[in-house]
Design a protein. Structure first.
Length: 254
């Protein structure tokens, strides 16, 4: 997650987090590589669509409108960020990538693997207007991706893997160690937001209600008017300058 975030205290009054398990994907395991980046017949019937074909960045572009940078590569059935060349806190020829399409009510699933001491994120409801929002995280909330053991953010409340970054801590610590695949899910329906990590429902809240506004006002995001107010936006995979991989990236509209 982005470097500038200030740590905030976590208590029951500033979150709607839940301790229930995912009803649809409880304890679901990551996919075997032989079936990665494919849809089952049932998923097709349910309306799922792949956002990664296993071979290219088709369907994605760099935040701001340019083609996806060359540092985003596809190999061995995974979309990964090659961080061998750095630029400031991000990657040369990298940058955040966002979906070509926008989504309002949706169910998004992805498997991610972070490098040791790595940091990244899944950002959603991104409003791609660079005249108002220089970075994707200035408009869209984020589900944190981080090596809890090796990165400093992993020691900060609301900055750990699966957290709604700087807003709500995960109700359960279900992240796997760096170098292992984790399964994440972001589900939004009429403002109701649920985050799942490895089958556990780790965050549940309502975007835009009074409690949401209170949480934003007490976070770093208060610096950007408009953050977390958009009902429709793009999905984003973050370049935080650390190696990160994704596969089985899929979405369905609700």
């Amino acid at each position: 997650m982005f470097l500038l975030v200030l740590a905030a205290c976590n208590n029951s009054s500033d979150s709607d987090k839940t301790t229930t398990d995912s009803s649809s994907d409880k304890k679901e395991t990551t996919t075997n590589t032989s079936t990665a980046n494919t849809l089952t017949d049932q998923e097709k019937t349910e309306g799922w669509a792949l956002l990664f074909d296993g071979q290219s960045t088709k369907g994605w572009h760099k935040y701001g409108g340019a083609p996806a940078g060359a540092a985003w590569k596809a190999a061995d059935g995974a979309l990964f960020l090659d961080t061998s060349s750095k630029k400031d806190w991000q990657t040369a020829n990298g940058g955040d990538i966002v979906t070509d399409d926008e989504y309002e009510n949706f169910d998004f699933k992805v498997e991610w693997k972070i490098s040791p001491a790595g940091n990244s994120g899944i950002i959603f409801l991104v409003h791609e207007d660079t005249t108002k929002f220089k970075h994707s995280f200035e408009s869209g909330p984020e589900m944190q991706i981080v090596d809890n053991e090796g990165h400093d953010d992993g020691k900060i409340v609301k900055h750990q893997a699966g957290d709604l970054y700087d807003l709500i801590s995960s109700s359960k610590k279900s992240a796997k160690p760096a170098g292992e695949w984790n399964q994440a899910e972001v589900k939004i329906l009429n403002g109701k937001l649920d985050l799942y990590l490895n089958g556990e429902n780790v965050v549940s809240t309502t975007i835009g209600d009074d409690n949401w506004k209170k949480m934003v006002a007490g976070s770093k995001f208060k610096a950007w008017p408009g953050f977390g107010t958009f009902k429709k936006g793009r999905l984003c995979l973050q370049d935080h300058g650390n190696m990160v991989s994704f596969r089985n990236v899929k979405v369905r509209r609700l």
